[in-house]
Design a protein around this ligand. Sequence first.
Ligand code: KG4
Ligand code: ZN
Length: 332
Amino acid sequence: MRLLGIETSCDDTAAAVVVDGRKVESSVLASQDEFHREYGGVVPEIASRKHAEMLNAVIELALKKAKTTFDGIDGVAVTCGPGLAGSLVVGVAAAQGIAFARGIPAYAVNHLHGHLYANYLNGDAPTPPFVCLIVSGGHTDLILVESDDKHRRIGRTIDDAAGEAFDKVARLLGLGFPGGPRLDVLARSGDPAAFSFPRGLIHDGGYDFSFSGLKTAVRYHLDAHPEDADHRAADVAASFQAAVVDALCAKTFRAARDFGVSAVALAGGVSANSSLRARLRDEGARVGLRVFVPPVEFCTDNAAMIAAAAYYRGASAIVAPELLTADPNFAW
Ligand code: KG4
Ligand code: ZN
């Protein structure tokens, strides 16, 4: 089954063609970073206008790269939420139009399910049961995947998302937008043990996360030592990153142990972080758990993961085109 995936939940306009939820025939993404950079963050109004300008061309290119046309597509999968309302409606309207015009099924996909199913794309996929850590700009969730189409959330952040903390600390260090990837690069030349920042909830015995105390600790440190933002920015970045990675790894491996699974998987934009990827792999090897980390292009927002999620959710995700709606608060 060949599905066209569409993703417009935030500031990336993306379309992809995926066969049987696994084989990526094309994955096209138009980044809007250039248009948001001068504002230091994503401006919702600009995001929705750019989606409207770019989506048709992105879909056409995805079909062309997959060497197919609308005639070769069996269904259209679209992100319905969570995300920015004005951005989501652009993708949803496009999917409605395609489904109506071609008489093919429309699949309503939760963006976070998409991140999880990025682990099924190409190559080697994890076999349930496994634990998946989803770390993005708006979410930090720990998911127990019981079967290919059955999963439940066992933990989440009680305040900031991990990506949000990366972006806020990057801003404190004057790294600009997008902050997470820049902080990752800077941290490579710093000492992760230079400063001791708090690891939120690390000893609480549960599976939830907290990053707002960490972000505040970094801010207080820089208020007290403003010179560190210049002379020791790499040490601050590395120490902050180590605190995030420690907390994420501790909870993920605790859940894996408690639920008796033999594999853990990583998903979401922050899983592009080099330290997090390396640490999960090392820790996995040490305790004898398999670790799955999607290639970076499928960690950050993309449409291939949306087509994969639709395939694995199957009939339960199919919605009559006229009932397809954007749901900014789409719950897990
Ligand atoms: O999943 P995603 O692309 O969009 C959302 O659904 O939120 O995640 C974006 C988040 C941003 O907060 C960004 O700063 C963070 O992922 N991010 C990173 C890295 N690459 C992206 N954070 C740390 N290190 C990275 N290399
Ligand atoms: Zn995302």
